[in-house]
Design a protein around this ligand. Structure first.
Ligand SMILES: NC(=O)c1ccc[n+]([C@@H]2O[C@H](COP(=O)([O-])OP(=O)(O)OC[C@H]3O[C@@H](n4cnc5c(N)ncnc54)[C@H](O)[C@@H]3O)[C@@H](O)[C@H]2O)c1
Ligand SMILES: O=C(O)C(=O)C[C@]1(C(=O)O)C=C[C@@H](O)C=C1
Length: 364
């Protein structure tokens, strides 16, 4: 039977989940957003079927409710939903970056009558809004699920089935553990990225060349600082204690770096420090989405001369490989440059690599 889905928050993540669900299931999707323009856009982009201005009626009809708003807003919506007469078999899930506060509230509001399964796809973007939504955004990424202790196994399987089109790898976690882990690998790096940008801003007030010369390294390490401050303020609020611990840890680490730099006459200690970091990073699943990098990147050596990029773009287009993004790094006039080509899937990356190598390009 055709399922009814209600999506609350029709932005980047909500829109991407809706598209992924549509890919696999014949269902009717209602969309609600405090910004009505976003829901109307979601209808025109065929992400959802109908825009609603009121939650109650579609919520009471829904088999699946997906909450995809900033995490503090999600708590408010959960309280509103708890006052409705929802279907007995309904599953409510969310996509929020934090899980502990949300699961605590779910346990207070629903005790077996309604199923609430916390969710968090570990992939995304610094962009916002439904116009950036993509069905394949979560492909190969981990998708954390934090069920209530009372949630039957079959309900978790039912939710996974509904989310099958995301092509992600589901991982059931305890909410506390989730927030500790994501604090370390997602929330704290966000704070560091923002603080690096602030530091450069301070220096660029004194020397305007600083911003001009900021190149690939600075861009890579600070990309996430361009994410939505609205979304991140809620995440940081809900994971404050883990972030404070991580900050203490980081301050100690920086003191350690400082003392190495002060005493390291021949550079051996700092080289060892960099080597240890490199060794660990190199063991991380670099091609897996949600880890490093967050897209399917292919690096191509090119001679930095007019037409070089067009040639590569043409070869890829002729082979029906779509490019998500293209970037020149380390380009110096007359020398070899590196083209970073971002593709949509791992299959496209492998195919692109094969066809470019057939044309004599060196790729990695
Ligand atoms: N962006 C990422 O990389 C990423 C990845 C995984 C999870 N998340 C989580 O996904 C959620 C959504 O983030 P996003 O990136 O899609 O942001 P977004 O800004 O693209 O979308 C959020 C949408 O929620 C709407 N909204 C805000 N308050 C609302 C309310 N009270 N009722 C209904 N709609 C409301 C906004 O108008 C907006 O359209 C957040 O909880 C975030 O923590 C984000
Ligand atoms: O790729 C990005 O822009 C992200 O920041 C995505 C990212 C992350 O990896 O930290 C950010 C928040 C989410 O909760 C999950 C994923």
């Amino acid at each position: 039977m055709k399922k009814t889905v209600l999506l609350v928050g029709t932005g980047l993540i909500g829109g991407s989940i809706a598209l992924a669900i549509r890919k696999e299931h014949d269902c009717f999707i209602y969309g609600f957003d405090i910004n009505f323009e976003q829901v109307e856009k979601a209808v025109s982009l065929q992400v959802i079927d109908e825009a609603v201005r009121d939650l109650e009626e579609p919520a009471e009809k829904a088999d699946l409710i997906i909450l995809a708003s900033p995490v503090e807003e999600t708590k408010k919506i959960m309280k509103i939903l708890a006052s409705y007469k929802l279907k007995e078999k309904v599953i409510i899930t969310d996509v929020g970056s934090t899980k502990r506060d949300i699961m605590k509230l779910a346990n207070e509001l629903w005790n077996g009558d309604v199923t609430f399964i916390g969710g968090h796809p570990m992939a995304g973007s610094h962009k916002t809004g439904v116009e950036s939504a993509k069905a394949h955004l979560f492909e190969n990424a981990f998708y954390c699920l934090t069920p209530q202790t009372t949630t039957p196994y079959e309900k978790i399987e039912e939710l996974k089935k509904m989310l099958k089109g995301t092509n992600s790898k589901f991982l059931v976690l305890d909410a506390e553990e989730h927030d500790y882990i994501t604090g370390a690998v997602s929330h704290f790096p966000h704070v560091i990225a923002a603080s690096l940008v602030k530091q450069v801003k301070k220096h660029s007030d004194q020397n305007p060349f600083i911003s001009m010369l900021a190149a690939g390294g600075f861009r890579d390490i600070t990309r996430i600082a361009s994410s939505s401050p609205r979304m991140w303020k809620d995440i940081v609020k809900q994971n404050r204690d883990n972030l404070l611990d991580l900050l203490d840890d980081w301050i100690m680490e920086m003191r350690n770096v400082k003392s190495i730099l002060e005493s390291d006459e021949n550079g051996k200690a700092i080289a060892r420090y960099f080597q240890e970091a490199k060794d660990f990073r190199d063991t991380m699943p670099v091609r897996a989405k949600g880890a490093i990098p967050s897209y399917y990147d292919l690096f191509v050596d090119i001679v930095d001369q007019p037409g070089a990029i067009a040639k590569i773009a043409t070869i890829l287009a002729e082979n029906e490989i779509s490019i998500t993004n293209i970037n020149i790094i380390e380009a110096r006039e007359g020398l070899l440059g590196v083209l970073q080509v971002t593709l949509q899937t791992e299959e496209h990356r492998i195919k692109a690599r094969t066809v470019l190598e057939q044309h004599g390009y060196e790729t990695y």
